[in-house]
Design a protein around this ligand. Structure first.
Ligand SMILES: Nc1nc2c(c(=O)[nH]1)N[C@H]1C(S)=C(S)[C@@H](COP(=O)(O)OP(=O)(O)OC[C@H]3O[C@@H](n4cnc5c(=O)[nH]c(N)nc54)[C@H](O)[C@@H]3O)O[C@H]1N2
Ligand SMILES: Nc1nc2c(c(=O)[nH]1)N[C@H]1C(S)=C(S)[C@@H](COP(=O)(O)OP(=O)(O)OC[C@H]3O[C@@H](n4cnc5c(=O)[nH]c(N)nc54)[C@H](O)[C@@H]3O)O[C@H]1N2
Ligand SMILES: [Mo]
Length: 674
C-alpha cells in the first residue's frame, strides 16, 4: 500500500456555504474527507451532515450505483439487471427518436436541479435537452421562483445581491425568512458570527440563528408584508426614509406611501404577532445603518410570496440602503457576478427556439397525461421525495408507457420507479468549478479518484447520448477542460485550474463589489419599479398587498424548511444521518398541543385533502401558536409510511412564476387513530 496523501477540493452541494475540503487518499481511493484549514469561507470546518455523509454513504461501495441498470420486472417493482453503457444509451436513443417522430420531442421532460451544483455537471446536460427539443420542468418553481420573478421585475435582477464581504462596513444585518444555522451552517458560524453590528431575524420559528440575534421578530407565517409596512411607517416617523433617493430612483412610490399613511401599527401587531415596541426597535437599528437585508428562500414559499419579497425589498429601496458600502439586499449572487453567463452553459448554440417549460406544481398532472409526457429524465434531483403531490406523482411514474431515466449515485425512491438507472460519478471523481450563490468566489472541484464502477459525470453521459442521436453540435461535445479554462478566464481570477486546485477557493475580485454602485437599475425605466408590468400582468396591485386572505382557523400552518441533518433528500440514506434524524416528527406550540389533547411523544396524524402522514409530536415554544414545523426531504421509502411530508402538498402555488407555496399549507392535526 502506498502511503496516503491529501488533496484539496470543494463541496458542491446546494447550500450557501462553499466549504473547502481536504481529502485523504490511499491506493487511489478517498478514505477520509475533512474541512480545509486554508478555506477562506469554512476555515477548516466541514458541516456536521457532510462530515457524516461524505465519510459514510458517499464512500460506501454497497450504496453506490455501479453500472447502468435496466428494469426487468413491473414498473416500480424494484427489479433491475446490470447492462452496459452501449446497451443503455442505444436503447434510450432509439426510444427518443421514436418519441420525437410519433409524439413530438416536447413530450420528453427534463427534470433536474442542484443535486450537484458544480458548473458543468449542473448545467451542461440541459444543452442536450435544448437541442432535442424537450420540455423543461422549471427547477426554480420548486424552490425560489416567486422571489426571482419579484426581484427581477422590481430591480431588473435577482442575481446581484450585496457582496457578503461588505458586511465589514455594515451596522445592521436583517435576516428575513432565512435560517443559515441549517441552510448554511458555516456561513452562520463565521459570516454571521463575525458580524460586528446588530442582527435582526424575521422568522416564525425561533431558529438557532434567531436565538443568537440582537432581535428576533417572530411573526406569523405569510404576514411579512404587514410587517414591512409597519417598519416603513416607523422609519417614516423617525425621518429615516430617504425621500431624495425615492424621488430619483423609485417608480410607483405613491400607492406605497398611501398604504404607509393608512397603516395602523396596532393592527400590524395584531396580524403579525410582533409587538409595536419590537418593531420600533427594529426600525431604529435599520435606520442606524448601513443595513444589509438577506432575504431567504423559505420566505417566498407562500401563496403571497412574490408580494412578500416585493414588500420586504421596499425597505432597502426606501431607506437608501443601495449603491453604497455595507448596504444592500441579497437573494442570490449568480454566475454573472463573476463574469459567467449561466444560460449559455445550458443552451445549445444554433438552436433558436427557447425550451418550453412547465412548473413543478403541474408535474404530477402532466405525468398523468400520456398526450403530454412520453419520457422523463430525472437527473440531479429526486422528485419522489422532493416534489409536491407525492402519491399522484409516484402513481404516474408507474405508467408502463412512460420511459423513465434516472441518473443518480444512489438507489433513491425515484430510481426505484425508473426503466433505466444510470450511475453518476460523485464530485470526488471529476474536475469542475463551483461558483457559490452567496460568496463571490470560484472554487476547484478536483478529481481525487477514478469514477466508481462504470459511473460517469452527468456531462459525459449526455455527450455520449448526443453522439448516439447523431447530434454533432459543437456545444454538445465541448470538453470539461475547455469549459473550465473558458469559465476561469471569464472570472478574471487570474489562475489556471491547477493553480486554483492548490488553493481551493478564491474571491474573483480583490475588493467587495458595491451592489447597484451606479444606481442604474436594469429595468425598462432604469429605476426601481414597484409597479412593474410583470406585477400588474400577474394580477397584483400597484403596491404590494399586505392583506393576507389566509385567516386563522382551526388548522395549523405547516412550514417544511431545511433540515439540519439533510441536504434536501441527499444523505437521507446514510445510517449515521438517520440516527441523528430520529423519527419523523412535527413541532407544535405547547398550547396548540394542549388544545388538541396531544402529549409530547405521541403519534399524530397530519392531514390535508391531498394526503395524511403520521408523525411524532414534539412540543416547543420555538414555534408560535398556529404554526407547525416538519423538516423537509426524508426518504419516503425508508419511512414506515412509505411517504414524506410532500404527500400532504397538492402543489400550492405562489402569486408569481408558478412557484411553490408549500409553506402556506394548512394541516389538520389529531391524535393518530382518533
Ligand atoms: N441543511 C440543509 N441546508 C440546505 C438545504 C437543506 O435541505 N438542508 N437546502 C438548500 C436549499 S435547496 C435551499 S433553497 C436553501 C433554503 O434555505 P433558506 O433560505 O434558509 O430556506 P428554508 O430553510 O426553507 O427556510 C428558512 C426559514 O424561513 C422561515 N419561514 C417560513 N415561512 C416564512 C414566512 O412566511 N415568513 C418568514 N419571515 N419566514 C418564513 C422558516 O421558518 C425557516 O426558518 O437551503 C439550502 N441549504
Ligand atoms: N415540503 C417541501 N418540499 C421541498 C422543499 C420545501 O421547502 N418543502 N424545498 C424544495 C427545494 S428548495 C428544493 S431545491 C428541492 C430539492 O430537491 P431535489 O432537487 O430532489 O434535491 P435532492 O433531494 O438533494 O436530490 C438531489 C439528487 O441528486 C443526486 N446527485 C448528487 N450528485 C449528483 C450528480 O453529480 N449527478 C447526478 N445525476 N445526481 C447527483 C443526489 O444523490 C440526490 O438523489 O426540494 C424541494 N422540496
Ligand atoms: Mo432549493
Amino acid at each position: 500500500m502506498l502511503p496516503s496523501h491529501t488533496r484539496k477540493t470543494t463541496c458542491p452541494r446546494d447550500c450557501y456555504d462553499r466549504c473547502g475540503i481536504v481529502a485523504t487518499i490511499a491506493d487511489g481511493r478517498v478514505i477520509q474527507v475533512a474541512g480545509d484549514p486554508d478555506s477562506v469561507v469554512s476555515r477548516g470546518s466541514l458541516c456536521a451532515k457532510c462530515t457524516l455523509a461524505y465519510n459514510g454513504v458517499w464512500l460506501d461501495p454497497a450504496a453506490r450505483i455501479a453500472t447502468p441498470l435496466r428494469r426487468i420486472g413491473p414498473k416500480g417493482g424494484g427489479q433491475f439487471a446490470p447492462a452496459t453503457w452501449d446497451e443503455a444509451l442505444d436503447d434510450i436513443a432509439t426510444r427518443l427518436d421514436q418519441i420525437a417522430r410519433e409524439h413530438g420531442s416536447d413530450t420528453v421532460l427534463s427534470t433536474h436541479f442542484q443535486g450537484t451544483y458544480s458548473a458543468i455537471a449542473c448545467n451542461f446536460p440541459s444543452r442536450f435537452f435544448h437541442r432535442y427539443g424537450a420540455t423543461e420542468v422549471d427547477p426554480s418553481t420548486i424552490c425560489d421562483k416567486a422571489g426571482h420573478v419579484a426581484l427581477q421585475a422590481m430591480f431588473g435582477t435577482s442575481f446581484e445581491g450585496f457582496d457578503p464581504r461588505t458586511a465589514a462596513q455594515s451596522a445592521c444585518l436583517v435576516m428575513w425568512g432565512i435560517n443559515p444555522s441549517h441552510s448554511g451552517p458555516l456561513t452562520d458560524r463565521f459570516w454571521v458570527g463575525d458580524f460586528a453590528g446588530a442582527t435582526i431575524v424575521v422568522d416564525p420559528v425561533r431558529t438557532p440563528t434567531a436565538a443568537m440575534a440582537t432581535l428576533h421578530l417572530q411573526l406569523h407565517p405569510g404576514t411579512d408584508a404587514w410587517l414591512a409596512y409597519g417598519l416603513l411607517k416607523l422609519l417614516g416617523e423617525a425621518g429615516a426614509l430617504d425621500r431624495e433617493f425615492i424621488q430619483r430612483h423609485v417608480r410607483g412610490w405613491q400607492p406605497v406611501q398611501a398604504r404607509i399613511d393608512a397603516c395602523d401599527l396596532d393592527r400590524v401587531a395584531d396580524r403579525t404577532g410582533v409587538p409595536v415596541e419590537q418593531m420600533r426597535r427594529a426600525a431604529h437599528l435599520i435606520a442606524t445603518g448601513p443595513t444589509l437585508f438577506w432575504m431567504g428562500i423559505g420566505l417566498q414559499r407562500q401563496h403571497n410570496g412574490g408580494d412578500i419579497v416585493r414588500a420586504v425589498s421596499l425597505l432597502p429601496a426606501a431607506t437608501g440602503n443601495l449603491g453604497r458600502p455595507g448596504a444592500g439586499f441579497l437573494y442570490m449572487n449568480g454566475y454573472g457576478t463573476r463574469g459567467i453567463d449561466q444560460d449559455a452553459l445550458q443552451r445549445c448554440g444554433g438552436v433558436e427556439r427557447p425550451m418550453p417549460s412547465i412548473s413543478h406544481m403541474d408535474l404530477a398532472a402532466v405525468l398523468d397525461d400520456p398526450a403530454r409526457s412520453r419520457a422523463l429524465f430525472n437527473w440531479n434531483t429526486n422528485i419522489a421525495a422532493s416534489a409536491p403531490n407525492q402519491a399522484r406523482l409516484r402513481q404516474a411514474l408507474r405508467r408502463e408507457d412512460l420511459l423513465t431515466v434516472v441518473i443518480d449515485l444512489f438507489h433513491t425512491d425515484t430510481a426505484a420507479l425508473a426503466d433505466w438507472i444510470l450511475p453518476a460519478a460523485s464530485f470526488l471523481e471529476f474536475d469542475d468549478l463551483v461558483l457559490s450563490y452567496f460568496y463571490e468566489t470560484v472554487s476547484a472541484q478536483v478529481r481525487l479518484q477514478a469514477p466508481f464502477g462504470e459511473s460517469l459525470p452527468n456531462q459525459e453521459i449526455f455527450r455520449r447520448l448526443a453522439r448516439r442521436m447523431g447530434f454533432a453540435d459543437a456545444d454538445l461535445h465541448e470538453t470539461d477542460a475547455a469549459i473550465i479554462d473558458r469559465l476561469l478566464a471569464a472570472t478574471g481570477a487570474g489562475l489556471s485550474f491547477q493553480e486554483l486546485a492548490q488553493v481551493g477557493t478564491v474571491f474573483t475580485a480583490p475588493e467587495p463589489r458595491i451592489q447597484f454602485e451606479h444606481l442604474r437599475f436594469p429595468t425598462p425605466s432604469g429605476r426601481i419599479e414597484i409597479d412593474a408590468a410583470a406585477f400588474i400582468d400577474a394580477g397584483l396591485g400597484p403596491a404590494p398587498d399586505a392583506t393576507s386572505p389566509d385567516e386563522p382557523d382551526s388548522t395549523l400552518r405547516l412550514l417544511t424548511p431545511s433540515a439540519y441533518w439533510l441536504m434536501n433528500s441527499s444523505y437521507g440514506n446514510d445510517a449515521r444521518i438517520r440516527e441523528q434524524l430520529g423519527p419523523a416528527s412535527i413541532l407544535l406550540n405547547p398550547e396548540d398541543a394542549d388544545d388538541l389533547g396531544i402529549l409530547p411523544g405521541e403519534i399524530v396524524t397530519a392531514s390535508t385533502d391531498t394526503g395524511s402522514l403520521e408523525l411524532e409530536a414534539v412540543t416547543t415554544n420555538d414555534v408560535p401558536r398556529g404554526t407547525a414545523v416538519a423538516y423537509k426531504s426524508r426518504w419516503p421509502g425508508l419511512e414506515a409510511s412509505g411517504q414524506n411530508i410532500n404527500a400532504l402538498n397538492p402543489g400550492l402555488r405562489a402569486d408569481l412564476g408558478a412557484g411553490t407555496a408549500v409553506n402556506s399549507l394548512r394541516v389538520r392535526i389529531a391524535l393518530a387513530g382518533d
